[in-house]
Design a protein around this ligand. Sequence first.
Ligand code: 5GP
Length: 112
Amino acid sequence: MKTIFEQIIERTIPAHIVYEDELVIAFLDITQATEGHTLVVTKEPYPSIFEVPESVISHLFMIVKKLSLGLKKAFDLKGLNILNNNGPVAGQTVFHYHVHLIPRYQKDEVQF
Ligand code: 5GP
């Protein structure tokens, strides 16, 4: 059974893709906790951080940095939460490694 994110990578289901290379893909989270909420996802369906090779995760976080600057330019954000849940007890719901970029605005009251 393919993960929902594999189906997005394969274009079987639609998503608003904002970045893609050979190792990672980034697209808007369907939920939009705040405007611009983006997921950065490994192309390989590693279930969680425990399985991701160091070379892949270092590349992914370089892209997290670039996309953080991109979000800062695109939106009038005042801050940014970078979040990664690993395992059901940590709140993970999609078992395909991903990092959340959640822009924060002056007046939003979202709690994580
Ligand atoms: P987790 O709870 O595993 O840290 O985050 C999974 C995220 O995937 C959630 O924020 C959820 O809104 C998002 N998500 C689940 N299904 C889809 C989908 O079909 N498309 C997109 N773009 N995001 C999804």
